[in-house]
Design a protein around this ligand. Sequence first.
Ligand SMILES: Cc1cc2nc3c(=O)[nH]c(=O)nc-3n(C[C@H](O)[C@H](O)[C@H](O)COP(=O)(O)OP(=O)(O)OC[C@H]3O[C@@H](n4cnc5c(N)ncnc54)[C@H](O)[C@@H]3O)c2cc1C
Length: 601
Amino acid sequence: MAREYVNMKNLRFLLHDVHQIKEVLAQPYYAEHDLESIDMMLDAVKQLSDTYLFPHYEDMDRNEPQLEGGEIKVHHSVRPYLDAMGEGGWIGAVAPMDLGGMQIPEMLGVSAAFVMAAANNGATGFNGLTTGAANLIVSFGSAEQKEKYLPKMFEGSWQGTMALTEPQAGSSLSDIQTTATPMPDGSYRIRGQKIYISAGDYTETENVVHMLLARIDGAPLGTKGISLFIVPKYREGEHGELVFNDVTPAGLYHKLGQKGTPATHLMYGEKDDCHGYLVGEPHRGLSYMFQMMNEARLLVGLGAVSIASAAYHASLQYAKERPQGRRYEDGKRDLTGPQTPIINHPDVRRMLLLQKAIVEGGLSLVMECARYADLAKAGDEETRAHYELLLDLLTPVAKTYPSEMGIVSISQGLQVLGGGGFCKDFPLENYYRDIRIYPIYEGTTGIQSQDLLGRKVVIKNGKAVKLLMAEIQKTLEAAEAYEDLRPYAEKLRAKLETVQQILMHLVPFAMQGKIERYLSDATLFMELFGLVVVAWQWLKQGVVAKQHLVSGKDDPDFMESKLHTMKFFYHYELPKTLGLAERLLDDTVLTIAEDTRELVN
Ligand SMILES: Cc1cc2nc3c(=O)[nH]c(=O)nc-3n(C[C@H](O)[C@H](O)[C@H](O)COP(=O)(O)OP(=O)(O)OC[C@H]3O[C@@H](n4cnc5c(N)ncnc54)[C@H](O)[C@@H]3O)c2cc1C
């Protein structure tokens, strides 16, 4: 039986029924699209993924990129895939039409990316990075830069990158040292090195457009002295021809997973001939880059949930087919009877339900964020500010919950396969390796957690949290209309009070200037907050499933399964907040560095 990697019915349920894409489509900005065209595009994405992505997943992992004679070669399936992406308009899909995009809602963009990354997450980094780089040019580039770079990037023939990290500047981007010297012709000479740059160089692309952070000579120290540059691998020469721009690959990293996408170590300006072109204003680079990083963070959360989806489907199929042991109910000691499929063992069902709860809950959270991005984009000033605040608050959570819990989810999926899960005969070990990077790049979990507690929660005197509480309140009221959902609404309400109690305990530390104390358990706060927010997403799905069942609408089995998984989340996952809350309210802190003696031995 062919293996599935996504549940398209669930995707459509989230897109249409739970998150109501029709409300987004009602905005004039999206007038070119309707429900029918959205569904057709989703079908096209599935077909593209079935053809160009899924069949190459395993082979890309086994045949990783090679650096030979200064050139990097990637898997043979990458070029045809990127051509198909360009032809389908997917690389520039969310960009405005007047710049060559399709102006599709983020909600659809996220749905498409979900299907593609579930099919082959090692390949989708190529187009994802180009889209992110192009979106930066769309937002902050000059008319000339848009004209020069966007068409080639959107058609997939030029690769985009995000060139931030340096050996001494990973989480701490304020320590970037790459320099940019102004030249009389208005360009800059770039000198420095960047590490871990994904899709940073390979021969199967005509050009690479690096969105690079550097310091203009004499710029102030720290984040306020960082500017954003376009640094192509080949720049335009005097007569419009492409000339080499002194960007060379010094090395290729050999990674645990996501082996299809080359992670490169790049040298800029070794021969003093690397030209960079300033984007926007000097010294504002990091704030521009944050736009790309915020988008990228959502896509990281989405990528994690996509891999977890593929892993869930693989382990579900295995669990239905693998006979092992007998059920107590069937007379465990009667060895003459047939073995039962392992899906009938409660512990295996627990592992499968956990995976489903994480995948469908995490996807719903990312979709919620995409909806906020769409409503912010198309609304008036007040609406925009409203949804941007909600998006700001939830972005670190939407990056972190799927990344961290996706690992747990796939680990359980691997466990479902027993010894087979550990072996290359089955894809689980591949998914397990692939997902491990997600809590690391685009800001580690530690950094996201400090962002959540240190900035987002207290932003505008806690206004973002108040807006979120108001959103959750709507779901609580809708749930309270149904007797069997009322207990779940009550559980969630109690958890919201726990969040408030923890904040009242912690915020005074921040007010006294004890920032290290305030943030010392930020990651544990993130874990608790993520559980509460995803519980909200499950109640939201539960309400819609219930509405469908009451009105006798389509597919009662699907809706019952939704409600069952919602209950699973509330009875098995949400109680984990109790232990976290106890820790977060505990006055004993053992992690603040006084000296290293207490860690010796
Ligand atoms: C496969 C891969 C692809 C990548 N792709 C790109 C790319 O395309 N472009 C790009 O620019 N970069 C890329 N990166 C780099 C990635 O973004 C960084 O690895 C990441 O930001 C972490 O930086 P670091 O590795 O230097 O770790 P460090 O910053 O040294 O962090 C190490 C540990 O210390 C913790 N830590 C650090 N500072 C603090 C702090 N202030 N408070 C609390 N804890 C802290 C971190 O949470 C982490 O656990 C990629 C990395 C990998 C592995």
